[in-house]
Every structure is written in structure tokens, then in C-alpha cells.
Design a protein around this ligand. Structure first.
Ligand code: GTP
Ligand code: MG
Length: 401
């Protein structure tokens, strides 16, 4: 799964990316610090079932840290978008091609309103973050629409001759953008016009279809960054009143804490509401003060830096994904090599036992007989809808789990 970090310049996208991946990249208080996209691995955090089953696990596709499963996902941080980016303004739109391969987007907003529309610093409270949210939606929608429009006449002609369906034509046009057929079908269903005769669509129809398709295929969460600055709290309230899905965060604090933890100076766990200083003598008084300020102004006030929460909410709420553990041996919770709880799968809610078998391996799905819920030892049929934290053994005529 790929998550795109988007926003106008200088809002803290690279700080957010670096706070999650610990990849050192340039971060500066000016627009367009990032030019080439940065890609890296970040980890979702989910409570592992190893404690409940009282076993020592041997993760293969993930990491288990004291009962927390860290599930790798890919992040991409790109150059900032400015009004007109979809037409090629600023750094152009080549990086939009990169971003639009993502399955979900995190929009980093300077919620203190301390950067203008092009990312230049200004006094906190100057810029209205609601304008930033609306502008980004517009840029992405227009960019997507440009791609659809490129071939619009040909698509309409082909639909008229009925050689291929409208959905399939759109799917071909949008290939490589991680847009699935069911996204297109769902977006078309939302339309209150005749979807069988696209030649009759007005420009407005096309805009509303593209907006819907963007929302469905690239769901977006708002990381309300820079909560350490004045006006942030009031602006968060305004965004929430407008119905936006907002997570307050302080990327700068997360990056500082993660770096200090990496050096063994503190015992911070990403997402936690506190930390302890482990090596007070190694810290300068400035470093100590900075850490104390983060603790009192961010962690104690907001409950966490919000950065890990953004990532977890993106998967578990926005994309409605769940984690499931497949095993081969029901008693030992192991695979055929004896490794205990080796893999965890991140799958969409609604996946059936048989669908899950197909996700692991086509042959496992084809030969599906039934599954066992390891917790209850109950037999599960092919239509059973998996739940978050399920530990499952699949019986197949063709292949082992
Ligand atoms: N006060 C405050 N500053 C932050 C926070 N996060 C990032 N910054 C600062 O914002 C500035 C821009 O950070 P970057 O991470 O480079 O921003 P960006 O969005 O990647 O910028 P571009 O690559 O130019 O688009 C830097 O001075 C950061 O230190 C935060 O939570 N609070
Ligand atoms: Mg950057």
C-alpha cells in the first residue's frame, strides 16, 4: 500500500515523512525544498495477538515490539502544490503522476495559517487553512479530469458502438493510478445522470464525476500540522465545523522525539503520550528544554504528536482496513516452518475467508475448502467476513497456508 503526502509548499510534508521513516532528507523553512519525490517505509501500529495467546512470535513480514505489530507501508513525499500545479505551474505536474499512484493521501496543512498560498512564511493566523484544503482538492480533481478529458471524444464514440463498456474504457485511461474498477463503478452510481451516454455529459457532470472518483479512489485525511503555533487550535475547530476529517499534529516534535529515541537518549514510542529521558547527562540544556517543551506543550496538551495517529487512521478508518493473521498449525499458531504468528495481512474490511485465501495465493483460493477461527476453533465457510485481529487457518485442496 502506498500513501502520498501532499500539500502546498513549506507545510511540513518532509518533516512528517522523515518523522515516520527516519530517512534524513532536506527540511527548510522555504517553499520547494523538496524537488524529487522521497519514498520510504513507515509502520502502522496495531496491538499484536501474541500477548492474548501468550506466545513468543517470530514475525516475518512485519515486526513485533513488546506486543505491538509494526506493519510496513510505503510513503511518498513530493514537492508542494501551488494554485495551477495541475496545468504545470510551479514545479509542474510530473510529481502529481507520482502522487496519484497512491492508495490514500495525507494532506499536510499548516493549520496555524503561517504560510501563504505559495508556501512563503507569514505571521500565524494570516492564512485560512480552509482555503488550503479546498485548493488542494481542486488541484487534484482538475489534474485527474485533464487525464480523463484527453481521450473523452474517443471514449464516447467507443461507448456508442458498444464494443467495450464505459467503465473499462475509463479504467484503461486511468491505468497506473491505482484506480480500481469498483472505484469507477461506485463513482458512476453517485451520478444522477445517464451514465450510458457520456457524450451527453456537460462539463459540470464531468467535474462532479471526477470529484467523486477522487474521493473514492484517493481518500484523503487532513494532518493539521504545526499545532505548536498560535491560531492552530481555533483553526482546527473551524475545519471540524466544516466537516473535515482532521488529525492535529506536530511533525517537528515527532521528528525530534524519534531522533532522540534512535540515539537512545529517550524511551519514546511513536504515538505515545509521554517519554522518559534516559541519558540526562548527555543532553545539553537546550536539548533538555526542547524535550520538556514538547512534553508539556504537545504530548500533555494534545495526547500525542498526532503523526502516528494520522497513519493509523488512514488505514484503519479511512481505508477501513483490518489486520488478519494466517497460520498453518492451529495449536502452535505457526506456519509450516514452525514460525509463530509469522505474517500479518492488511486487508479491506468486507474480505471473505475465501477472498483472503486468494490474497495469500491463487491456489489456496482455488482449492478453498473451509477455514478455522483459531480463537474459537469454529469452522468458517467461504463467505465468512473476516474481523480485525482474526487468526485463521485455511484448508485448501491445492496448497497450505
Ligand atoms: N512550528 C512548526 N514547524 C514545523 C512543523 N513541521 C515542520 N515545520 C517546519 O516547517 C518548515 C518546512 O518543513 P518541510 O518539512 O521542509 O516542509 P515541506 O512541506 O516538505 O516543504 P516543501 O518541500 O518546500 O514543499 C521547516 O522549517 C520545518 O521545521 C511543526 O509541526 N511545527
Ligand atoms: Mg519537502
Amino acid at each position: 500500500m502506498l500513501v502520498g503526502v501532499v500539500g502546498k509548499p513549506n507545510t511540513g510534508k518532509s518533516t512528517f515523512f522523515s518523522g515516520l521513516t527516519l530517512i534524513p532528507i532536506p527540511i527548510e523553512n522555504r517553499p520547494f525544498t523538496t524537488i524529487k519525490p522521497n519514498r520510504g517505509i513507515a509502520y502502522l501500529r496495531s496491538s499484536c495477538v501474541c500477548h492474548e495467546f501468550n506466545v513468543t512470535d517470530q514475525p516475518q513480514n512485519s515486526i513485533c515490539l513488546n506486543g505491538t505489530r509494526l506493519i510496513p507501508i510505503e510513503l511518498i513525499d513530493c514537492a508542494g502544490l501551488i494554485p495551477g500545479s495541475w496545468r504545470g505551474k510551479g514545479l509542474g505536474n510530473y510529481f502529481l503522476d507520482e502522487i496519484m499512484k497512491a492508495d490514500a493521501l495525507v494532506h499536510i496543512v499548516d493549520v496555524a495559517g503561517a504560510t501563504d498560498e505559495e508556501g512563503n512564511s507569514c505571521k500565524p493566523g494570516t492564512r485560512n487553512p480552509i482555503t488550503d484544503v479546498e485548493f488542494l482538492d481542486y488541484e487534484i480533481t482538475m489534474w485527474l479530469m485533464r487525464i480523463i478529458k484527453k481521450d473523452w471524444k474517443r471514449i464516447c464514440q467507443k461507448v456508442a458502438t458498444a464494443r467495450i463498456t464505459f467503465e473499462d474504457l475509463l479504467l484503461n485511461r486511468l491505468s497506473g493510478l491505482s484506480i480500481k474498477k469498483h472505484h469507477i463503478i461506485t463513482a458512476l452510481k453517485q451520478m444522477e445522470i445517464d451514465v450510458d451516454t457520456p457524450a451527453k455529459w456537460t462539463e459540470e457532470d464531468l467535474v462532479s464525476f471526477t470529484k467523486e472518483l477522487r474521493k473514492i479512489s484517493k481518500p484523503m485525511i487532513i494532518a493539521a500540522n504545526k499545532i505548536d503555533l498560535p491560531y492552530a487550535e481555533a483553526n482546527i475547530k473551524l475545519l471540524r465545523e466544516k466537516g473535515y476529517n482532521v488529525v492535529p499534529c506536530c511533525a517537528e516534535a515527532e521528528l525530534a522525539l524519534r531522533r532522540a529515541a534512535e540515539k537512545g537518549l529517550i524511551d519514546y514510542i511513536p504515538g505515545a503520550c509521554t517519554f522518559n529521558i534516559l541519558k540526562p547527562k548527555v543532553l545539553t540544556s537546550d536539548q533538555k528544554n526542547a524535550l520538556i517543551t514538547i512534553k508539556s506543550r504537545i504530548l500533555e496538551r494534545w495526547g500525542s504528536t498526532g503523526v502516528q495517529e494520522v497513519l493509523n487512521r488512514t488505514f484503519f478508518n479511512l481505508l477501513q482496513m483490518i489486520v488478519v493473521y494466517p497460520v498453518e498449525n492451529v495449536e502452535r499458531l505457526s506456519n509450516h516452518d514452525g514460525q509463530v504468528l509469522p505474517d500479518v495481512y492488511l486487508i479491506p474490511y468486507g474480505t471473505t475467508a475465501k477472498g483472503f485465501a486468494y490474497m495469500i495465493h491463487t491456489e489456496l483460493g482455488e482449492g478453498f475448502i473451509h477455514a478455522i477461527n483459531v480463537r474459537t476453533k469454529r469452522r468458517l465457510g467461504e463467505g465468512y467476513i473476516l474481523k480485525g485481529g482474526d487468526v485463521i487457518k485455511i484448508f485448501s485442496a491445492k496448497r497450505r497456508t
